[in-house]
Write a protein that binds this ligand. Structure first.
Ligand code: DX5
Ligand code: ZN
Length: 221
């Protein structure tokens, strides 16, 4: 299972998104785009028009994390706008099977996210509909929060569920992932690492991505 790094633009300069994306284009695997609606989470960020614009100016594929109350209505639009991955929250979706299928039909990978207090067991039957499972390692809504160690058992449980299911489903972690915590996540079985502050809060974002990748790879082996 190869390590993938998805720098989160939430910690970037929103007035210079194309430049910030270019800073990690040669070293990262994805660009993580946090979509927040001020309802599912208290914070408010960007929507489809910005994703559409970014798609034209960013070399890396876009990994859209929808922290919105009505993903069933909006998720396919992000895929149509050019996102290569669209992740919806289990807690917000009323019809996850339909929405995950709609994301795939629109040409993107389909992801399902769970908040720190949401159990993954009830979603085990959805694995065939998924390309990625996202275990949130902070309460979603803000960057720069402290990593929650209480999520580590769930990362292990998710890895075991995915292993039993077979097939290739990626396991992403998001929130508080940095040089002090990425090893724990990789050891627990995560393979796609979102990092905002640890990358764009650093003086050298590209070097930060390289460091995180090597730390994750060392811990995973
Ligand atoms: C938080 C977002 C994250 C955020 C992570 O709700 O989903 O993607 O950017 O930021 P850091 O890496 O700073 O914790
Ligand atoms: Zn995110």
């Amino acid at each position: 299972m190869a390590v993938q790094i998805s720098p989160s633009l939430l910690a970037a300069d929103y007035a210079r998104l194309a430049d910030e994306a270019a800073a990690v284009a040669d070293v990262a695997d994805w660009l993580h785009v946090d979509v927040m609606d001020g309802h599912f989470v208290p914070n408010l960020t960007i929507g489809v028009p910005v994703v559409s614009a970014l798609r034209k100016h960013a070399a890396l594929p876009l990994d859209c994390h929808l922290m919105i109350s009505d993903p069933d209505r909006w998720a396919p639009d992000y895929a149509t706008a050019g996102a290569r991955n669209v992740t919806i929250h289990a807690e917000a979706s009323s019809a996850p099977v339909r929405t995950l299928r709609a994301i795939r039909s629109a040409g993107a990978r389909a992801g399902l996210a769970v908040r720190p207090a949401t159990a993954i067991g009830p979603y085990a039957d959805l694995l065939p509909e998924l390309d990625m499972l996202l275990v949130m390692t902070v309460e979603p809504g803000f960057g720069g929060q402290e990593f929650l160690d209480l999520t580590l058992p769930k990362i292990r449980q998710a890895r075991a569920l995915i292993g039993r299911h077979g097939g290739e489903i990626w396991l992403q972690v998001d929130g508080g992932v940095g040089e002090d915590t990425i090893g724990r996540c990789a050891e627990a079985g995560a393979d796609v690492f979102v990092a905002g502050t640890a990358v764009f809060g650093s003086a050298d974002p590209a070097a930060a991505v390289k460091y995180l990748r090597s730390a994750a790879a060392a811990a995973a082996t």
